[in-house]
Design a protein around this ligand. Structure first.
Ligand code: GTP
Ligand code: MG
Ligand code: ZN
Length: 347
């Protein structure tokens, strides 16, 4: 195996260690591949010798719940086909609830680009959800405001900066110079996933910065809403050896067990809660409630507090409904943290 060929694809010691632990570093052992696309009846991946199609055994079905684009897997050739044998533990994975199940979005990310456009589509509450997603799954969020030719850029940026996020950029597809600051995220071997509503310009942006050819389509001019053009998650590499994962626009984002992430988005409320007289204060009508006091003196807006409560309530509901999966996920995260702390360097 030539691991140096895998490094530009995002391979690192973290994965090599897992192969060693599982005793799969042998001459005739399985080979590592990075999942690049998952279709209804096909899984594409990239390995040492380029693109391959992988077969998925029944115990990893449904695929969307077991394997994410960006995952590393080990596969072995049998009867002319490559069969997936193991899914290597990811550094991180983001997922959401869709319908009644959790759905993997992308894995092994360095940055989550949360894309939103400077027009009527802009929604601060939705941004808070995306931020909670990033924090919960330990991926650094970057908010990118697109289509700055269409709206008051500074007014939108000011709203975004009111959230607990430092990495914010405004870009316009027709002014390439606005894209220059984004190159700060382009380190060889890095992976960046783009998420956001349909039509905000994710594929356009990724085309421009990677010089690739992802499909985009005309937007309906009357209501500014996009058509669903990107239909599946896809990973591809830019000239700078950065992996981009373009995703189809999400109509709604339901958070899966993201309490820690939500708390981080609303850090100021969390800090206030520590000042409440009772440690189990529900910030309702209890005496000595610092949160209610802040609302009364105007330092915390009622709307902000309502968003926080709404997200936590939704989160608690989903967690109760899905207690088993949640416990398993916590365990996996603890394991990933442990392995990470043993090996900090990239490769
Ligand atoms: N005015 C303006 N239009 C833009 C800009 N960026 C993208 N668009 C247009 O917005 C429309 C939608 O862009 P896409 O890149 O397909 O959007 P998307 O986020 O990938 O959409 P989905 O794949 O459906 O999730 C296209 O018609 C683009 O030309 C911009 O900076 N300014
Ligand atoms: Mg798209
Ligand atoms: Zn309180």
């Amino acid at each position: 195996m030539n691991f140096s060929k895998l490094q530009p694809l995002g391979w690192s010691n973290y994965f090599l260690q897992q192969m060693a632990l599982a005793d799969t570093l042998t001459e005739n052992g399985p080979q590592p591949f990075r999942i690049s696309a998952i279709y209804r009846s096909r899984i594409d991946a990239i390995g040492e010798d380029g693109e391959q199609t992988l077969m998925c055994p029944d115990h990893f079905l449904p695929v969307s719940q077991h394997i994410a684009v960006g995952d590393w897997v080990l596969a072995r050739k049998r009867h002319e086909h490559l069969y997936i044998e193991n899914i290597l533990m990811a550094k991180n994975r983001i997922e959401r609830y869709s319908g009644h199940e959790h759905q993997l979005i992308a894995a092994n990310l360095d940055y989550l680009w949360i894309v939103t456009s400077a027009n009527e589509d802009f929604n601060l509450k939705r941004l808070q959800r995306y931020l909670a997603l990033a924090y919960e799954f330990s991926v650094e969020p970057v908010v990118i405001l697109t289509k700055t030719d269409l709206g008051n850029k500074e007014a939108y940026l000011k709203q975004i900066r009111s959230l607990s996020i430092s990495e914010v950029h405004g870009v316009c597809a027709h002014q390439v110079e606005t894209l220059a600051p984004l190159s700060a995220y382009f380190h060889p071997g890095n992976t960046i996933a783009l998420v956001g509503s349909s039509g905000v310009g994710k594929s356009t942006l990724v085309n421009l910065v990677s010089k690739g050819e992802q499909l985009t389509r005309e937007i309906r001019s009357d209501d500014g809403k996009g058509k669903h053009t990107t239909t599946s998650r896809q990973l591809f590499f830019s000239e700078q050896q950065v992996a981009f994962i373009d995703t189809p626009g999400m109509r709604e984002l339901q958070l899966p067990g993201a309490m820690e992430g939500i708390r981080q988005v609303f850090a100021e409320i969390d800090a206030l809660a520590h000042e409440c007289k009772f440690s189990d204060c529900r910030h309702d009508e209890e005496p000595g409630c610092a949160v209610q006091a802040a609302i009364t003196n105007g330092s915390l807006s009622e709307e902000q507090f309502a968003s926080y409560q709404k997200l936590l309530k939704e989160d608690a509901f989903l967690q109760r409904r899905d207690a088993g999966t949640y416990a398993m996920k916590q365990q996996q995260r603890a394991f990933a943290k442990m392995v990470n702390s043993h090996k900090k360097e990239k490769w």
